[in-house]
Design a binder for this molecule. Structure first.
Ligand SMILES: [Fe+2]
Length: 447
């Protein structure tokens, strides 16, 4: 049986270093950049939406204004048109013709007056207006319902045009025919309308920019507050690990280094296996607290220098359930449970506490059991010299398929030497620094 802990009371305590707030600040700066980009993107989208809505509103307003101008002009000859539609008097037609011609000379490009049967009775067009007329031809020659009118605004060849259809009625309200024409807005009037639109857009854009400028510092301050809060929570969580690690070490540890190293070995192994950020976070906490339940094992058994009797070993096994009980009290440590609860299970089902076998044992527990034994073998103990890496890996391979997952042993054997070179021999402070950085990376990532 591999037993990876030792029994030297009074050893220096295992201590998780306080979080490195440079990582917290870096994460905060990263979040601030993202918020700033989102603010700018949101401002642009909002601006485009608002400007689009304003343009639509302004377009309809301009159409209404131009329509009113066109109707005012039509009203000038509308009465004569109605009378002419109901009479064959040449004088009436001549009078109407003069008025229509004047109108065509001023604003209308085309004027057409239809009888109630839809037949064209009068028409006039400004010279050169035929091509414009063709552009809006699809609005023409449609007999409107009684009381129905239509107006369509067009911007063609630099001209602002209104294609208008207007019913003509007798004074009693009966349909007399209808008017159809293309009204052209004066260049001066058009410039005035365009200027009004530009003013509205500038006003809206400036207001949006001002609102964004006023809101940005508030949002950024709130973000700074959230980052500080997240850092404080992170610190609290790590301190909880610190407390638990300290409690374990006060009772059962020869050195801080074992916990640091097995945690970093497990992390390196997990990274090699391509575990997710969340799984790695759970692995770090689980590895660091794997023997937390030993807090509840009595000294005569926990600190016994020699081999445990079967009865004592049964008591020692309970450190697994005691560890699970400890973890139950912190919801954020539930992810550590896989390692704490199953790190003494064996691949062939001969381990404890449940006697699980194969892949029924959680992956984090299977990989942790390998690094735990690897560190025990390659570290000095009061009763043995450290084993060379090759011999430690050979021992793991020997127990591959019985104690350990064969696939995981194969993978670990490819990285064992480099992990050992990287971490073994480093003093506690250096191991602390590496662990601190890893914890900040994985525990702050979700903050
Ligand atoms: Fe254990």
């Amino acid at each position: 049986m591999w037993h990876t802990s030792t029994a030297r009371k009074g050893a220096s305590r295992v201590r998780v270093p306080p979080p490195d707030f440079r990582e917290a600040l870096a994460a905060g700066a990263h979040i601030r950049r993202r918020i700033l980009i989102r603010l700018i993107t949101g401002w642009l989208l909002l601006s485009m939406t608002v400007i689009g809505a304003v343009l639509l509103f302004e377009f309809n307003r301009v159409k209404l204004v131009v329509h009113q101008m066109a109707v005012a002009e039509i009203t000038g000859f509308g009465r004569e048109a109605v009378r002419s539609l109901n009479s064959d008097e040449p004088a009436l037609e001549q009078a109407l013709g003069r008025k229509i011609q004047r109108s065509v000379n001023e604003h209308f490009l085309t004027v057409e007056i239809y009888g109630p049967d839809g037949k064209l009775r009068f028409e006039a067009a400004r010279d050169g207006a035929s091509s414009i007329g063709r552009e809006v031809a699809h609005y023409r020659h449609r007999i409107p319902e009684q009381g129905e009118s239509s107006r369509e605004l067009h911007y063609l060849e630099g001209r602002l045009l209104l294609a208008i259809v207007l019913p003509l009625e007798y004074p009693q309200g009966n349909p007399a025919g209808y008017f159809e024409g293309v009204y052209q807005v004066d260049p001066a009037q058009r410039a005035k309308l365009e200027e009004e639109i530009v003013h509205v857009i500038v006003l809206v854009t400036t207001s949006l920019a001002l609102a964004a400028a006023l809101l940005s510092p508030i949002i950024m301050n709130l973000n700074r507050w959230l980052v500080r809060l997240a850092a404080t929570l992170f610190k609290g969580n790590v301190e909880l690990l610190d407390v638990l690690g300290c409690a374990i070490a006060e009772r059962d540890s020869d050195t801080n280094s074992h916990n640091y190293r097995v945690t970093l070995y497990a992390l390196g192994f997990g990274q090699r296996l391509g575990l997710s950020r969340w799984e790695l976070r759970n692995l770090i906490a689980g590895a660091f607290l794997h023997d937390v339940g030993k807090i509840g094992i009595r000294d005569p058994i926990l600190l016994k220098p020699g081999r445990l009797t079967p009865e004592e070993f049964e008591v020692m096994k309970t450190h697994v359930t005691l560890g699970v009980d400890v973890l139950k009290r912190a919801s954020w440590l539930q992810g550590a449970r896989d390692v704490v609860e199953f790190h003494h299970e064996k691949y062939d089902g001969s381990g404890y506490l449940r006697g699980l076998s194969g892949e029924a044992i959680p992956l984090n527990a299977r990989l942790f059991s390998i690094v735990d034994v690897f560190d025990a073998l390659t570290s000095p103990r009061p009763y043995k010299q450290p084993w060379p890496v090759e011999e430690a890996v050979a021992a793991l391979e020997k127990d591959s398929g019985t104690h350990f997952d064969p696939h995981l042993v194969r993978v670990f054997s490819t990285i064992a030497a480099s992990l050992y070179r990287e971490l073994h021999g480093l003093d506690d402070s250096r191991l602390e620094a590496i662990l601190r950085k890893s914890m900040a990376k994985y525990f702050l990532s979700g903050a």
